[in-house]
Design a binder for this molecule. Structure first.
Ligand SMILES: Cc1ncc(COP(=O)(O)O)c(C=O)c1O
Length: 385
């Protein structure tokens, strides 16, 4: 008798399919506000192949472990990490930030994090889970951390400074070179949250965009987090935390007697090799040249979208640094609700009174050409225009 009952299978798949129909899909092109994406086809194939692997038990899966090392090497090279650096696979930007702050707290024995208002909300979780305190520094008119306000906030209890390389709301980049100098002078830990920008800024630089240095070329940078499930064009959940000194991994490692390796680092125990294989497959498929083209295309469509939006008489919060646009609106909830009714999903940022549009790899000029008349119609209907 087969253990796999076909009648049940059909019934379950029917239920799953009907629930899935309620979801929006990236392939429709109607999701304009998310930093995630429809994964590259090679990522989907690789993911399937490694579904049953467990990187929490590398003795059983040495091949998958090798893939993990190769992937970490790709990201480390991209970020100019020194030879003695280390990499920790994480589930995404949240875990990347938590893990970085875990290291900072362990190394310094201190509890205060200096950061800008534009920091991702995962820092609120850090405050709660790790009993750390957030010390807020105001933003400049360009929505970047005001470096002139940092020194006054450095105290005996400062554990770390956060620099953001691609903010969640507007894709802005903090002045990381200046933060690096401060951290070198004051002997402080500097974490760079490049969850979004990690797969954008290196390629913007190659494309001659004027963006600040943000990576390990700057000697004061201690850790950098990047997400493969954002602009890395891969499957959820996958991020990487690159750590300047491999010895710091000891701060987040415990003995792991039953898994065949002596130590296990990071938060998770059992974790799938699927997303790691997928992210590695995309890096092999695209390489630096492929990512550069992808970013070039996203930036071209960002510029195109910016022009269409300003032609319409709407205004952006700030000129896009990368492929993120914040459109100022007076009638924010009305516009969002109407757009949703028309089948378009953008992101609502209440405190800036704007909608966020992220031009991810699946967003084409054709999609923007469909969206713009709907946005205009919506704005006219609710009295925004
Ligand atoms: C800058 C930044 N950091 C961290 C995160 C959190 O990432 P995740 O949701 O993958 O945990 C995000 C998510 O958008 C982000 O934009």
């Amino acid at each position: 008798m087969s253990l796999y009952n076909d009648k049940k299978r059909v019934e379950i798949l029917k239920e799953l399919n009907s629930l899935k129909k309620k979801d929006f899909s990236f392939s429709s092109g109607h999701i304009l506000g998310s930093m995630c994406t429809q994964p590259h086809p090679i990522a989907k194939e690789a993911y399937q192949k490694f579904l049953e692997t467990n990187l929490g038990d590398p003795e059983l899966f040495p091949g998958t472990k090798e893939i993990e090392s190769k992937f970490i090497t790709f990201i480390s090279d991209l970020l100019h990490a020194p030879k003695y650096s280390a990499g920790q696979i994480v589930s995404g930007g949240t875990e990347g930030n938590i893990t970085a702050m875990w290291i900072a707290k362990q190394l310094t024995g201190k509890k205060e994090i200096i950061l800008a208002d534009s920091a991702h909300f995962s820092f609120k979780k850090i405050e709660s889970i790790m009993d750390m305190k957030l010390i807020k520094v105001p933003l400049t008119i360009d929505y970047n951390m005001d470096v002139l306000k940092i020194k006054d906030n450095i105290k005996d209890n400062t554990a770390a400074i956060l620099g953001i390389a691609g903010s969640t709301e507007l894709g802005t980049i903090d002045p990381i070179p200046e933060l690096s100098d401060i951290c070198l002078d004051e002997n402080l830990f500097l974490h760079v949250d490049a969850a979004f920008g990690g797969y954008v800024i290196p390629f913007l630089k190659e494309l001659n965009y004027q963006v600040p240095d943000f990576d390990f070329k700057l000697k004061g940078v201690s850790t950098i987090s990047t997400d493969a499930h954002k602009m890395g064009y891969s499957v959820i959940p996958l991020g990487t935390l690159i750590i300047r000194d491999y010895k710091w991994l000891d701060e987040i490692s415990v003995e792991s007697l039953c898994t065949g390796s002596k130590k296990q680092s990071g938060i998770f125990g059992t974790r799938s090799g699927g997303p790691v294989a997928a992210a590695y497959a995309v890096t092999r498929y695209l390489g630096v040249g492929g990512y550069k083209k992808l970013v070039e295309n996203c930036m071209t469509i960002t510029k195109y979208t910016e022009e269409k939006i300003t032609d319409m008489g709407l205004h952006l919060i700030t000129k896009p640094t990368m492929n993120v646009l914040g459109i100022k609106l007076k009638k924010l909830p009305e516009v969002i609700n109407k757009l949703s009714k028309y089948g378009w999903k953008v992101n609502k940022i209440d405190h800036l009174s704007c909608i966020r549009i992220v031009i991810m790899p699946q967003i084409t000029k054709k999609i923007i050409d469909k969206f713009i008349p709907i946005l205009r119609k919506t704005c006219e209907e609710v009295g925004e225009l």
